[in-house]
Design a protein around this ligand. Structure first.
Ligand code: TXA
Ligand code: MG
Length: 344
């Protein structure tokens, strides 16, 4: 298949929507990361997403809508709890995914056999226009090959999936850079399944106390049951080995310089202010206190690791576990297969 690279004019969106109406798969920009979209109400179309990504079939997909009313219009859920409404009104459109009990209209391919469905209303204009133009709602996981970092540019989608999908709609680089926060309201107490730019603290300010699933911050034991199937798979990893370092910048700098002196294939992902002091090739991802910029650039940096050089090991700061830091930690700790060296 020849993958078409589209811009984001009205004509381009019409072309992309036509592919979707005909049961094809198209990558689209969202404010978080690029998504690989198909008609969520067409099980055969949704299957093609799993094939293109080589995604395990037991990992459910998020359904993307273009306005809150789509939930009723397409009859997506069996009930829309009050707290879900409060979250939707407060954070949509934006990087929050809400899991609710599904209706029969949701194909098994989307929910991977679960009784729930994940729903998100993205804020990216291009995504919303494409959903509207397609006349349906769109199932879309991140548009990467399963296991690699989520794509934040159209080029990154092509690097992974060129030849396997109908088209990519180019909407520039994604603002947020990390996937949406995922929360389930299908449990008695709302439970965070994946942290993102919308933080636990912000959610609790709207609906009160929530639980944070164990797998958000800790490694799953081999026999542990997962609330969100995506959490059990290896994720976000470049080819080089990633190791996190826990400690202040001065200790970080001297540790990586010592390692580089012993082995010149060592690379570093670091804060802007430390680049000058690091002898190894260093990829900056923002100032130490600017977590949003770090989120914006993290996946881009992880992909650069493979593109720039044949690094063997790449060191990065171990993020704090609160606020947006929780999302950075959750992604980096998986990229590092939970390997952290304590420098303090
Ligand atoms: O920002 C995002 O959420 C991006 C953009 C494209 O919208 N999408 C995305 O999708 O990250 P994906 O498939 O890569 O991640 C969705 C996560 C997975 O970990 C999946 O297991 C979980 O959400 N999930 C989806 N439906 C679920 C459900 N019904 N119950 C539990 N977890 C669910
Ligand atoms: Mg993904």
């Amino acid at each position: 298949m020849n993958t078409l690279l589209l811009g984001n004019t009205k004509e381009d969106i019409k072309t992309a929507a036509k592919f979707l109406k005909n049961g094809g798969v198209v990558a689209m920009p969202t404010e978080t990361v690029y998504g690989l979209a198909a008609d969520a109400l067409n099980g055969d179309a949704v299957k093609k997403i799993f094939l293109a990504k080589r995604r395990p079939m037991d990992n459910p997909l998020i359904v993307h809508i273009s306005e809150i009313e789509d939930i009723k219009r397409f009859n997506l859920v069996s009930d829309f709890p009050q707290k879900a409404k409060m979250l939707a009104e407060h954070f949509w459109p934006g990087p929050l995914t809400i899991i609710m009990n599904k209706s029969d209209i949701i194909p098994d391919e989307v929910s991977a056999g679960l009784s729930t469905v994940a729903i998100r209303l993205p804020s990216h204009e291009v995504a919303r226009n494409l959903i509207k133009e397609s006349g349906t709602v769109l199932a879309a996981p991140s548009a990467n090959r399963s296991g690699s970092p989520s794509p934040t540019t159209a080029q990154h989608v092509l690097n992974d999936l060129s030849g396997d999908i109908e088209a990519v709609v180019d909407g520039g680089m994604c603002d947020v850079g990390l996937e949406s926060t995922v929360i389930t309201l299908a449990t008695k107490t709302p439970r965070l399944l994946r942290p993102g730019l919308v933080t636990v603290e912000e959610i609790e300010a709207v609906i009160g106390k929530i639980d944070v699933d164990h797998a958000v911050l800790f490694k799953l034991k081999s026999d542990e049951k997962v609330a969100s199937p995506g959490m059990k798979y290896k994720h976000y990893a470049p080819k080089a080995k990633v190791v996190l370092l826990n400690g202040e910048s001065d200790k970080f700098i001297s540790f990586v310089n010592d390692e580089y002196a012993k082995d010149s294939t060592v690379g570093v992902i670091c804060y802007d202010e430390d680049v000058q002091s690091i002898n190894a090739k260093a990829i900056p991802i923002g100032k130490a206190d600017d977590l949003e910029t770090q989120a914006h650039l993290l996946f881009y940096a992880l992909r650069q690791v493979d593109e720039l050089d044949s690094f063997t090991t790449v060191y990065a700061h171990c993020p704090i576990k609160t606020g947006v830091g929780m999302a950075l930690y959750n992604r980096l700790i998986r990229a590092a297969s939970f390997e952290v060296i304590d420098l303090e």
